[in-house]
Design a protein around this ligand. Structure first.
Ligand SMILES: C=C(O[C@H]1C=CC=C(C(=O)O)[C@@H]1O)C(=O)O
Length: 369
């Protein structure tokens, strides 16, 4: 059986769809033109990792409901069930070494000016000491990350994935659309953890960004604006400003526009994806380089997922801050994914630490609130 649960950013409504059939496989992004459904797309579509389209037959569910989970066992979809699990890094040293090799390989392409920016990603396999059902982890993510898009999906072709992402790929209704250029990362610590919380004393002006982060985000903004201008005559860019995502902050610009022709939304998506927030500049060369050189498979990480409806509401989000739940019956093995944008002046150690910090978004869910 396939299923999807999702909760939009800043919403308290949780929707689910349980299907007795497998989702439709879509051959290319352009074939999404005129299509409607919940779409699940990998970084690069392949036979092993296809674009999937599920029907939008939604049922709203209560976050604290109890009912059957996918294994037929009783589950309370509650985030406060008190169970905490310790996570053991299964391959930490191996991963660390593989990352260093990849970093030097990628960095060489920046120092020889082949690329201006490239995103290096990796994954980590974690073993949890306690069993936590995917639905419990989903409910915790909904509670912990109210500003993010939270989704849990499971299909035979994709496996089971949990996402809590801050990045919109494209969103809007009837052609009045918006997207964002999100890049640059800093960890909040100490007093800065009060940034953008109710009654908190730390404001946007207290967060200072390095030239590297500013440059990294500007590449994304320029790229997205140029893509969107091919499909719209009125593009409006605002930002960048500092936004919070869990215990991290990013730089974000908002880009609003009206689509000339909603029938070709798939073409716009095809032009946009993958943006330099997950791929690089220039796009085609960095994408090929990633496919041929990155040590791990990205699978659905750094693809996108969400609602697609050219004549209604489209809400598509980049699949970041996510994990694949590898053995659902035991629910003890999780593969977490994260990446970061590299420029010429990037350092291996701080980039590695940034991926660890991004993975904490998922790690936090194993602690009870
Ligand atoms: C690629 C990821 O984040 C992107 C989004 C925001 C900031 C990013 C960065 O600072 O590198 C990345 O572009 C990830 O979370 O795995």
């Amino acid at each position: 059986m396939s299923y999807v649960y999702f909760r939009l950013p800043h919403s308290t409504h949780v929707f689910r769809n349980r299907l007795s059939t497998e989702p439709e496989e879509i051959a290319s992004l352009a074939e999404l033109n005129g299509r409607r459904g919940f779409v699940i797309t990998p970084f690069t579509p392949s036979d092993d990792c296809p674009i999937l389209l599920l029907p939008t037959d939604w049922e709203e569910v209560d976050l604290n409901f109890s009912g059957d989970n996918q294994n037929g066992e009783q589950t309370h979809l509650s985030s406060t069930d008190g169970v905490s699990a310790m996570l053991l890094d299964a391959d930490y040293e191996k991963e660390r070494q593989r990352y260093a090799v990849d970093f030097h390989n990628y960095h060489g392409q920046l120092t020889n000016d082949a690329f201006q920016k490239i995103v290096l990603a990796r994954s980590a396999r974690l073993i949890a000491t306690e069993k936590l059902s995917p639905l419990t982890l989903f409910a915790r993510a909904c509670h912990r990350y109210p500003r993010m898009f939270v989704a849990l999906f499971s299909t035979e072709r994709s496996g089971t994935w949990l996402i809590a992402t801050p990045e919109t790929l494209i969103s809007g209704t009837n052609g009045a659309m918006q997207t964002m250029a999100l890049a640059g990362t800093m960890r909040l610590s100490g007093a800065n953890l009060n940034f953008d919380v109710e009654g908190g004393s730390i404001g946007k002006d207290d967060i200072h960004w390095s030239t590297k982060n500013i440059k990294e985000q500007r590449y994304v903004e320029t790229y997205i604006t140029e893509c969107v201008e091919q499909f719209s005559d009125d593009v409006n860019v605002e930002g960048p400003f500092t936004v919070r995502a869990g215990d991290l902050v990013h730089l974000r610009s908002d880009i609003r526009f009206h689509l000339k022709d909603t029938a070709h939304l798939g073409n716009l998506i095809n032009t946009l994806h993958p943006t330099p927030a997950v791929c690089g500049m220039p796009k085609d060369a960095t994408r090929d380089f990633i496919i041929n050189n990155e040590s791990g498979e990205r699978n659905y990480y750094s693809g996108f997922s969400g609602l697609l409806d050219p004549n209604g509401d489209t809400r598509l989000f980049v699949t970041l801050r996510c994990m694949q739940i590898e053995s659902e019956s035991e629910a003890t093995t999780y593969r977490l994914y994260a990446g970061g944008g590299l420029l010429k002046d990037s350092q291996c150690q701080s980039e590695w630490e940034e991926t660890e910090a991004k993975m904490n978004t998922m790690r936090q869910l194993f602690k009870h609130i």
